[in-house]
Write a protein that binds this ligand. Structure first.
Ligand SMILES: Cc1cc2nc3c(=O)[nH]c(=O)nc-3n(C[C@H](O)[C@H](O)[C@H](O)COP(=O)(O)OP(=O)(O)OC[C@H]3O[C@@H](n4cnc5c(N)ncnc54)[C@H](O)[C@@H]3O)c2cc1C
Length: 602
């Protein structure tokens, strides 16, 4: 794979030309410092850090992995610690954090662009700092003033990192089953006992302290999700000065041996009467943890984009250089023994699929980040509510759809290399291995699909869905006479209408039998994802057509956008037909087969 290059041109296209971030920042409270010059400088510095510091550690980190000593300490791969020090010294952890705790207060959407680049350069490394973002946000939203004063400055500076501890051996998607216990103590703290598994960045040597955000149960808690509370459990207890004090009784019991993301420590964490501090109200811990989980879901959606971008960046130069067979329409490189494989329609199918998912995914992610800015900073209550509704609808779509398409893109990236893609040297197999976790953690695709159709769409009688379909409707109306994108707009308008009708039908069927909704859920999520991306591709085509019309020195860039939009509508969007058919096929073909009739082997 060639060296990673941050896709700055495309990031600028999405930020400045498609979504008009400069105007967005002019009107966003607290974003005054995010002037176009400042944003440009930050993006360029972030790109340098990603390309020069993190990308060179991606493969070595995969090969070396993490190691655990007998006393439970964990060593990250060579270079990870130094890179983290540079990250902290550069002030990156506090980029979009509150100045009250030492941050720079820049918009979260700017932080997302940095996350994109560092995640693409080295996903395993980026997880150490990524989970800290969720810990900060959770303490900020639900912590007491004292908790904020103790933990936030350290997390914002990056001196301490954070984790998210939900999963237990018997309890994954169904958090109502969790058993970790928290006993109240006379001094107001708790003693927390239990085993958490699969904890990303649970133990490591990058920072002096690790702040675990842990779900547990109080002794008299009701069963199920209504009896879950949330705790801060630091590896070292902060002393009176707020510095690292006594070692807490928790330890990394083992490191998981896993398929990919080898540079990130996936830990079994044993809490043995560890001192814990309640955060948020008792028995409302799951609600508070949703602050963390929603951010983590957006972060994981970004992972889908990361692997699609890496796959495309790896495959394109190879397809231009690798010579195999002749073009079906006659020699294209007569001076060479064969044509480069980019002449073959099937190789183009794979390249364009990666490009469509990567660039379309970027548009969706940056749109989400813009809504996040509005939801957290707008002075207008209606605007905040509207942005919040959009974000709540788009979060499971981005997480579920972009990770599935990220894995597909990583698969194509390997396929373009033929057998060489299967060989470690080229990096395409690492990309596929690293990508695979994204559809599993932070809620599997199946769980995202239930969240989308159950809670977000039917649970609000379609109100959150309308928040997005209205945007598409307005776009189609405004561009009804736009010749340059007429074909796309016509189809988008039809799909928009169909999405509403299909949802109504599903809601009716679900009232007769809730299994109808479960049976349709993943197809519904993918159907929704393809339509959402179709909207962004139509809008990107609109911008590109305008630029070409005005005259530009970057014809290839904008023509590439128009061609990819066309490809997306002709060759990817038809997938909505099969998802719709499967959705409407009903539960019977899944549920009528008796368990005994599955009969793998007897
Ligand atoms: C590398 C790695 C890192 C991780 N990092 C963290 C971390 O930092 N913190 C943390 O707390 N956890 C972490 N996890 C755990 C991860 O979030 C869980 O593995 C995930 O939520 C799924 O839970 P599970 O593995 O128990 O699968 P299960 O919940 O047992 O699910 C098994 C299958 O059943 C399906 N399923 C379950 N219930 C339903 C339903 N109602 N309807 C339809 N389908 C259903 C699922 O979609 C899945 O296909 C990590 C996992 C891994 C592998």
């Amino acid at each position: 794979m060639p060296d990673y290059k941050a896709p700055l041109r495309d990031i600028r296209f999405v930020r400045d030309e498609l979504l008009d971030f400069p105007t967005h920042y002019e009107t966003l409270p607290g974003a005054e410092d995010a002037t176009p010059d400042m944003v440009k400088a930050i993006l360029e510095e972030g790109a340098k850090f990603a390309e020069q510091v993190l990308a060179p550690l991606n493969r070595s980190g995969d090969e070396e992995g993490c190691t655990r000593t007998e006393d439970g300490e964990v060593r990250t791969p060579k270079g990870f610690k130094e890179a983290y020090q540079q990250f902290v010294e550069g002030g990156w952890p506090g980029l979009s954090q509150s100045p009250e705790y030492g941050g720079q207060g820049l918009p979260e959407s700017l932080g997302l662009s940095i996350s994109e680049m560092i995640g693409q350069a080295n996903w395993s490394w980026s997880m150490y700092q990524g989970l800290s973002q969720g810990a900060k946000r959770t303490i900020d939203a639900h912590g007491t003033e004292e908790q904020k004063a103790v933990y936030l400055p350290k997390l914002v500076s990056g001196e301490w990192t954070g984790t998210m501890c939900l999963t237990e051996p018997h309890c994954g998607s169904d958090l109502g089953l969790l058993r970790t216990k928290a006993e109240p103590q006379a001094d107001g703290s708790y003693k927390l006992t239990g085993t958490k598994i699969f904890i990303s960045s649970g133990e490591h040597d990058l920072a002096e302290n690790i702040v675990h955000i842990v779900l547990g149960r109080l002794p008299d808690a009701p069963a199920g999700t209504k009896g879950i509370s949330l705790f801060i459990v630091p590896k070292f207890l902060p002393n009176a000065e707020g510095e690292v004090g006594e070692r807490n009784s928790l330890v990394c019991g083992a490191l998981e041996n896993k398929m990919g993301i080898h540079g990130n420590a996936t830990c079994v964490m044993n809490f043995d009467g560890a001192t814990a501090f309640l955060i948020g109200p008792p028995n409302k811990g799951l609600n508070c943890m949703f602050t963390f989980m929603n951010l983590a879901r957006i972060g994981t959606a970004m992972q889908g984009l990361a692997h699609a971008e890496l796959a495309f960046q790896g495959a394109l130069p190879y397809a231009r250089e690798r010579l195999q067979m002749r073009s079906l329409s006659g020699k294209k490189a007569p001076d060479k023994p064969a044509d480069p494989i980019i002449v073959h329609p099937d190789v183009r199918r794979m390249l364009l699929t990666m490009k469509a998912f990567s660039e379309g995914g970027r548009a969706l992610m940056y749109f989400c980040s813009q809504q996040g800015d509005i939801a957290s900073r707008s002075p207008d209550e209606d605007a905040r509510k509207q942005a919040d509704a959009l974000l709540s609808l788009l979060t499971p779509i981005a997480k579920g759809f972009l990770t599935e398409t990220g894995v597909e893109a990583a698969y194509h990236g390997m396929q373009v290399y033929g057998g060489h893609g299967y060989i470690a040297e080229w990096g395409m197999e690492q990309n596929l291995r690293d990508a695979r976790i994204s559809t599993l953690y932070e809620g599997t695709t199946g769980i995202q699909a239930l969240d989308l159709i159950g809670r977000k769409v039917l649970g609000t009688q379609g109100e959150t869905l309308k928040a997005f379909t209205r945007i598409m409707h307005r776009f189609c109306k405004a561009n009804a006479d736009n010749e340059a994108i007429a074909e796309l707009v016509g189809e988008l308008a039809q799909l928009n209408k169909e999405w509403g009708e299909a949802t109504m039908k599903l809601g009716m069927a679900g009232m007769q039998n809730p299994e109808e909704v479960g049976a349709a859920a993943v197809d519904y999520l993918m159907y929704a994802g393809y339509i959402v991306l179709a909207y962004f591709w139509a809008d990107m085509a609109r911008v590109a057509a305008e630029r070409l019309d005005q005259g530009t020195s970057e014809e290839a860039f904008y023509r590439g956008k128009l061609q990819t939009a066309r490809f997306y509508y002709k060759r990817i969007l038809p997938r909505t037909r099969s998802h719709l058919a499967a959705m409407e096929a009903g539960r019977d073909s899944l549920m009528d087969i008796a368990e005994a009739e599955f009969l793998a082997v007897d």
